[in-house]
Write a protein that binds this ligand. Sequence first.
Ligand code: DGL
Length: 275
Amino acid sequence: MINQSSIGIFDSGFGGLTVMKEIVNKLPEYDYLYLGDNARSPYGNRSFETVYQYTLESVKWFFNQGCSLVILACNTASAKALRTIQQNDLPTLAPDKRVLGVIRPTAEIIGSYSQTNAVGVLATSGTVSSASYPMEIAKFFPELKVYQEACPLWVPLVENGEYENNGADYFVKKNLHNIFEKGEDIDVLLLGCTHYPLLKEKIKEYLPVAVTLISQGEIVAKSLADYLQRHPEIEERCSKNGSRKFYTTDAADDFDSKASIFYGQTIKSVHTNLQ
Ligand code: DGL
């Protein structure tokens, strides 16, 4: 008898809910367990070592809940922790379990949206400094020019509910100006942080018409569906009762009051201290 359990979805805070929303839309039959490490977010400006430690602790928590498959629905954690966890930790910690990220599935497809062969990546400082996007994209689209811009103020703007207000305009305009100054031929702009889809309408106000704005939720959902099809040994360990559970390392009430903006539905979360 195979031990079945939920698919784990992780983010430093709320952003992963924008990815989970699309995953649940595409694969509603599975059970999902979401964890937001709100008590220690944002991750975006933290060191490699810190993001790795925090992410590893969270992955272990998912494994303790029985999850066989964990998605890091956080670009910063994917950029700074995923490879080490996959290569160094999993083989001894849980060789039969899998941890996947959001950068590779995005890199696999992003070049196909561009006519000019130039894409821009908007992300946290951590994701940009890791150079994960340029490196991963080069494996699939070696000719593609990749320009990056760190937008360190965008996550706090989103988390403080300022994403639709005038306060956001200054930083959105500034970062867009910067990235188009680096690459004026950019015709595809990737929202390389799971918080940024909330700023989509604001970004569109300042975007040249010929530029396509891409967020990752649907890309990651489609990639997960493909993965489960290609890996029946993992798929058969994912339970299918359509349940969704939400955990946060910070106060549950606070999480619930903001989470619906990201998820599109009311959420009732539970606090965990990762023990
Ligand atoms: N949601 C995270 C990402 O996709 C960033 C948020 C943070 O800085 O913690 O990169």
